[in-house]
Design a protein around this ligand. Sequence first.
Ligand code: NDP
Length: 515
Amino acid sequence: MASVEEQAAPQPADESAARAGIEVENPATGEVIATVPDLTAEQVRELAARGRAVQPAWEALGFEGRARVLVRAQKWLTDNADRVIQTIVSETGKAWEDAQLAEVFYGANAFGFWAKNAPKYLADEKVKSSSVLVKGKKLVLRYRPLGLIGVIGPWNYPLTNSFGDCIPALAAGNSVILKPSEITPLTSLLMAEALRECGLPDGVFQVATGRGATGAALVDEVDMIMFTGSTATGKKVMQQAAETLTPVSLELGGKDPMIVLSDADVERAANHALYYGMFNGGQTCISIERVYVEAPVYDEFVAKVTEKARALRQGPPTGPGTTDVGSMTFPPQLDVVDRHVQDALAKGARAVVGGHRGAGPGLWYEPTVLVDVDHTMDCMREETFGPTLPIMKVGDTEEAIRLANDSPYGLAASVFSKDVARGEAVARRIEAGAVCVNDAVANYTALELPMGGAKASGLGSRHGAGGIRKFCQHQALLVSRFHLSKEPHMYPYSAKMTGRFGKLIKLLYGRGKRD
Ligand code: NDP
């Protein structure tokens, strides 16, 4: 693949300020596939000035005009699906199908969804008030674009989690600067090319390639930050944004529990545990990261998961159907996974499948199933973010719920039971932003349903009405149409009027009853 420096780099005001480019590697092979610029703070400022200059014209196009571009982009994505998948696979090492299902499918749906629903979610809302002081006046809640949005994304889903939030931000009428992870910038650059081809005006969507410092520079330049990444970096972003009172929305890490109750369909539960534990190499914020199984079905569940995990194929993703579990993406993450597995083994766990790094070149870790685990082990407490599935036997439902909630994180969770009412009752007691019953992860594909973390897993949410309104200023309008030249409460204050207002307050609120 050719260098993409020319596509992304604005000309630096001062050549000496330009930094050496960042080499992008294919993590499945270790081969360098591209070089992208590492933008300085000055270059980010230039992108911001450009984005701000073109935003009013983009906003003025209205929902219709903007939807035309987004719908063209939807078609572009389906026409160019293979090229996009190839790009995602080349910079992440994930399986072809992981890129197709969780990225291209998501992106194609999202373009159409936001094009169609932005006018509905952002329509003026007429408000009725119980206040007698505003009787006869028109009250409206209105959503106006904030202006320039900064989106900072992680490396695990370059299309879905980096670029995905740019779609509603654009649909709302904002300009956007996207800072992708330094190790997976190519998909974002490809999407910038796609949007240009689809008629998006220059400068409305820009990509700021670079490292953490480039992301930090972006926080200082924009009207709102949409951040997806680790809890540690999310805290830094929020701290920095506090200096300028820039609003933030944070989608952070998780340690998602799965609970298998004794009356579960064990075959379905085992298939879900395996798939959503290993899918995308386990590098999904809402992966199943730990499983609690009630004692009566524990042995059957472990036997099924073990058999299915042994059948998984792992290797370089060279096309459709060539592998089940791809490589890992981020070199330091491989060390985290190995540290968690070794810690568990040292404390008495057993790896019934896998348990080792895979052979290089590339970043490989064997799909691993751990049993005899407990909460003294890092694999049950910290985000592992790799192809591992620790399974713990629990005595009863109460123990499962207590352990599921014994975590600083609260992103997502799942509960399996043939008694759906029982499953739902347990789901409602889990401290997580999203809980599925007899399913997992699927809620993420319902763009009507908000998705956001509880506890240390985030602040705010994506999808649904809130997923686009957060990119807008919520403006309250009061329009007085029929009125006197002076309101009764205005100067000069008089004992007579004060007495009347006193009576009015008593009449309205002094009865001690509900209306
Ligand atoms: P990081 O927090 O390391 O990085 C996220 C982004 O922030 C990257 O683009 C990174 O740049 C950038 N960044 C780093 N330092 C700063 C800084 N000081 N200021 C601004 N930006 C900065 O996360 P990962 O990329 O490792 O992603 C994995 C994490 O993301 C996991 O914890 C996962 O759970 C979470 N995640 C959460 C999701 C959710 O919806 N809740 C979805 C997907 C992932 P660079 O990479 O160049 O260092």
